[in-house]
Design a protein around this ligand. Sequence first.
Ligand SMILES: C[S@@+](CC[C@H](N)C(=O)[O-])C[C@H]1O[C@@H](n2cnc3c(N)ncnc32)[C@H](O)[C@@H]1O
Length: 235
Amino acid sequence: MAPLGFFDRFTNDDKFSTLRCIIDNIKRLGVDEFGSIMLKVFEYASEMKLKGDYLEFGCFGGYTMTWAYKAAKAFGMKDIKFYGFDSFEGLPEIKGVDAEYPEFKGGEFCSTEKQFYKDLKRGGVDISRVVTIPGWYDGTLSDELSERLAVKEAAVILVDCDLYCSTVPVLEFITKYIADGTVILFDDWNCFRSSPEHGEQRAVREWLERYKDITMTKYLPFEAFGQSFIAHRKS
Ligand SMILES: C[S@@+](CC[C@H](N)C(=O)[O-])C[C@H]1O[C@@H](n2cnc3c(N)ncnc32)[C@H](O)[C@@H]1O
């Protein structure tokens, strides 16, 4: 990667205003690789005038949600709300196809909702814009919950719950919130040695087979395991 100073020569030109905005944010926020992907994703969401909220499945230490918040703020998305779904008890018991690789352990990433809010506050997040839904996905992610939540559609969704068995109910739940252009980031896309028969890749393939009106365009890869997509919906 070029040193930041390399880009300074471009930054007085109006044609490069978006680049300048990103560089300013990088300098101001001290961005790491995940922060940089969130800035790109929220730049896209803001430029495309996506309506809707941020939904995160797998919250744990608040790291990813803090970046989502900072990136939305950097692009002036003031109305967006941040919804976090997590057991706050870590991963469920590992079984079925998830147990075919020794990658994850039940109870791993155990935290508490209280600690999550503490972490967000420490990261400078305005927690009045955050809503958490604690519990196991196969119990909480229901039609009844959708009726209770004020979400109409999603601008950005982060799926960071590691396992096939966790991703299946998440995808079923988010189906109704997919708009044309919604960004979905899968943090664990290349886990399980990137096997198409495991993890998020398998869950997504089966989901798209069920919902033929939804298609996805490959978008930005991130970190060692992540892959993002832009979803489309035939009306
Ligand atoms: C890798 S951690 C998420 C890390 C988080 N994004 C961060 O920034 O710290 C995975 C999270 O998914 C949650 N999770 C996984 N499967 C779940 C399920 N079936 N129901 C509820 N939460 C689940 C775990 O509790 C854990 O907090």
